[in-house]
Ligand binder design. Structure first.
Ligand code: SF4
Length: 58
């Protein structure tokens, strides 16, 4: 499973508040790839909550 944040990110912070193990927002969202496997539920939740659909889960 790969998680990416695309250029649409507006840095709103929603993904970090939903899933702070994986996402940290410093201007735009950063992904800690090493934490993705253990946190897929909240990654999916964050992807659905992102207002600009910037989180791509493959
Ligand atoms: S929720 Fe979406 S727009 Fe907001 S910081 Fe995260 S990736 Fe960026």
């Amino acid at each position: 499973m790969t998680v990416k944040v695309n250029d649409s990110c507006i840095g709103c912070g929603a993904c970090e508040s939903i899933c702070d193990a994986v996402f940290s927002v410093d201007g735009i969202a950063q992904v800690d790839e090493s934490a993705v496997a253990d946190n897929m539920d909240c990654v999916k939740e964050a992807a659905e909550a992102c207002p600009v659909s910037a989180i791509e889960v493959e």
